[in-house]
Design a binder for this molecule. Structure first.
Ligand code: WTA
Length: 634
């Protein structure tokens, strides 16, 4: 069956998908009408490989679409955000209240001199003010750059400096697992190294005194008290940047992924609807943090553009008891839950009884994202959580794709699900699995997942780095967008994601660049060389394992002490999510004769696979030493 692949896909394709692939420009032109535009575009797509401009000449404002248009209609008093804190306190913001706060904060930013095109960094946990800050930026045409609140001060400085952010919005305290984390201390340390930063705004929490640096720091509440309650939304060009979001790549420095206003918002809105078939009565809970892309597209922009009610929760989902997540669903009547396999595996470990004590009958759809979901976790999610009533939407996508690209489109058609497969390419996405030359591989063969044609959610570029943009996405396999994920397609045309094809680890759904972690390790004076690999982990999917050689003056020091110091160092420089689960101190690395560290061998040793031929190694005794250490660590 020569055209077999195509045959299967067409059979499964919805009429919408057929329409999208037959005439993409006509199709996307129709879809973009889901937004309110100030001025209609003159051209749907200007494709100057590898740069795409969507809805050329179109004018709109993202904040207007997420807020203003709902208060004009009958959603004025509808809950936009249901917030819950770890201590159980709750707050509900109606669309009207969201509108008021966003307007006022937009004015606060203006009063600090923030103008269209300026960058504002946001370093906050899941508070309503974080959403308000993002939308306020969008309202005045400022570009937001959110930084995950679990990142360290150095990671924060790097992102502020690279984007030249003028203002930082933060808070003094973050609450997690019953403890208080001094976010202000981290910000203070970071701000010292940021020349571009003029002001820091803190949302005050708790009753401690917050020491403000005169002329630089302000309190949110005080600025809001003096703010105007109405700010006209800035009319933005469709291709003006909406935000920058840094993500890990294969080199030492993170990449500043830029998304533009019109294309991104159209794609986030439509995929939100195509995936979940959103109804006005839905209560949508995406557990992602706003520091990640999932928090941008499916906590903020997608749902709010559709006028949905979202739940946001600040805290650990298993605190104070393992049933916290189920409790929240029951309490707020959540209808769609969207979370990560790592969370499902963790909750599964606690056992079924924690789920069964709660009435979860409001749920109608369950989603997963971030990493491949293993069939055991899928089945548990489906039968125990969803009571076999809720389809599982396994959504595959990336920071760069702006929205789901491989997913079961529950909102428009039903496809039979296979546990562990994200199913088919989404509406308007022409995906394929190819070899390194770009040739399609036969079914059941591992290859590179690529996207052949531009789509509106695709990144606009990398912040101030067009060369890296080209090299990272368009030159790996010429002519197409490389996702850097391996995948395979089965006989029925279902796509199975197999994991990253590059040096990026996926730890509990978070991207950690091995090069970034190695770079940080060797920047510690104790370390001479380092190599990082990923080791499979039952709950987190994968964890980093580091091998280091020490500089001579540190060789004699007790290993436990060195380990502690290095862990603290990584916590300070990158943040807790990047801490290696094991650190091996070795006297030499397995290297080729040309001096390249053989990470492939390290990985095989750690996972206990046959290492095969090691004759290319310069010195095979390095392998024996590592084997010895591994024996000792078991
Ligand atoms: C992985 C998160 C398998 C993948 C939205 C991708 C997945 C990386 C899935 C992007 C899924 C995401 N199944 N793997 N459903 N979703 N991934 O940029 O390796 O933080 O390249 O975006 O996560 O991570 P990012």
């Amino acid at each position: 069956m020569k055209t077999g692949d195509k045959y299967i896909l067409l059979e499964k394709m919805s009429p919408l998908q057929k329409e999208a692939l037959e005439d993409p420009e006509k199709f996307w032109g129709e879809q973009a009408k889901c937004l309110d535009w100030e001025k209609t575009w003159s051209k749907v797509l200007d494709w100057d490989y590898p740069n795409a401009e969507w809805f050329v000449g179109g004018k709109l404002n993202a904040c207007y679409n997420c807020v203003d248009r709902h208060i004009k209609g009958n959603r004025r008093n509808k809950a936009a955000i249901i917030w819950e804190g770890e201590d159980g306190s709750c707050e509900v913001l109606t669309y009207y209240e969201l509108y008021r706060q966003v307007n006022m904060f937009a004015n606060v930013l203006q009063n600090l001199g923030v103008e269209k095109g300026d960058v504002v960094a946001i370093y906050m946990p899941m508070m309503t003010e974080a959403v308000v800050a993002m939308l306020a930026c969008a309202r005045i045409g400022a570009i937001h750059n959110t930084v995950f609140s679990g990142f360290s001060s150095e990671a924060l400085s790097e992102r502020i400096n690279n984007s030249k952010a003028k203002v930082l919005v933060s808070t003094n305290t973050l609450y997690r697992r019953g403890k208080k984390i001094d976010l202000k201390g981290i910000v203070d340390k970071s701000a010292l190294n940021c020349n571009s930063l003029n002001n820091v705004i803190y949302v005050p929490r708790g009753d401690e005194d917050i020491k403000l640096s005169f002329g630089r720091d302000y309190l949110w509440d005080e600025l809001m008290a003096g703010a105007r309650s109405r700010v006209e939304p800035e009319i933005m060009d469709s291709n003006d940047p909406l935000f920058i979001l840094y993500t890990s790549g294969t080199t030492g420095s993170p990449k500043g992924v830029v998304h533009a206003t019109g294309g991104y918002l159209t794609y986030a809105t439509k995929t939100m609807d195509w995936t979940w078939g959103i109804e006005d009565t839905d209560v949508f809970w995406c557990t992602a943090d706003i520091g990640w892309i999932t928090g941008h597209s499916y906590v903020v922009y997608g749902p709010l553009s559709l006028g949905s009610t979202i739940v946001i929760y600040e805290g650990a989902i298993d605190y104070p008891e393992p049933d916290r997540l189920w409790k929240i669903i029951e309490k707020h009547g959540v209808t769609i839950l969207y979370t990560a396999p790592t969370a499902i595996r963790m909750l599964m470990k606690y056992g079924e009884k924690w789920v069964k004590n709660h009435d979860l009958s409001t749920l109608r759809l369950l989603g997963t994202v971030g990493e491949p979901i293993n069939p055991r976790a899928w089945k548990w999610y489906y039968s125990v959580v969803g009571d076999k009533n809720c389809p599982i939407c396994d959504c595959y996508w990336q920071t760069e794709t702006g929205g789901h690209v491989i997913y079961p489109p529950n909102g428009i058609q039903t496809v039979p699900l296979k546990p562990g497969s994200a199913s088919f390419a989404g509406v308007g996405i022409e995906a394929d699995i190819v070899d390194k030359d770009g040739k399609s591989v036969p079914p059941n063969t591992k290859g590179n997942l690529i996207i052949k044609k531009p789509w509106p959610g695709m990144l606009k570029g990398l912040w101030n780095d067009p060369e890296r943009y080209k090299a990272s996405y368009w030159n790996k396999i010429p002519g197409v967008f490389a996702t850097s994920d391996y995948a395979t397609k089965d006989d029925d045309g279902y796509i199975w994601i197999l994991g990253r094809a590059d040096e990026v680890l996926n730890v509990a759904g978070h991207r950690i660049g091995t090069a970034e972690l190695e770079h940080e390790l060797v920047s510690n004076p104790m370390v001479a060389e380092s190599a990082v690999i990923g080791k499979p982990d039952e709950v987190k999917g994968e964890v980093p394992v580091a091998f280091v050689t020490l500089n001579p003056e540190y060789v004699g020091r007790p290993k436990e002490e060195l380990k502690k110091e290095l862990i603290q160092y990584i916590r300070d420089t990158m943040g807790p999510i990047a801490i290696p689960s094991i650190i091996f101190f070795v006297s030499k690395m397995p290297k080729t004769r040309s001096g390249k560290i053989m990470r492939r061998i390290l990985k095989k040793l750690v996972v206990g696979e046959e290492i095969g031929d090691i004759s290319t190694l310069e010195d095979t005794t390095s392998v024996d030493e590592i084997k010895q250490q591994l024996k000792g660590s078991k």
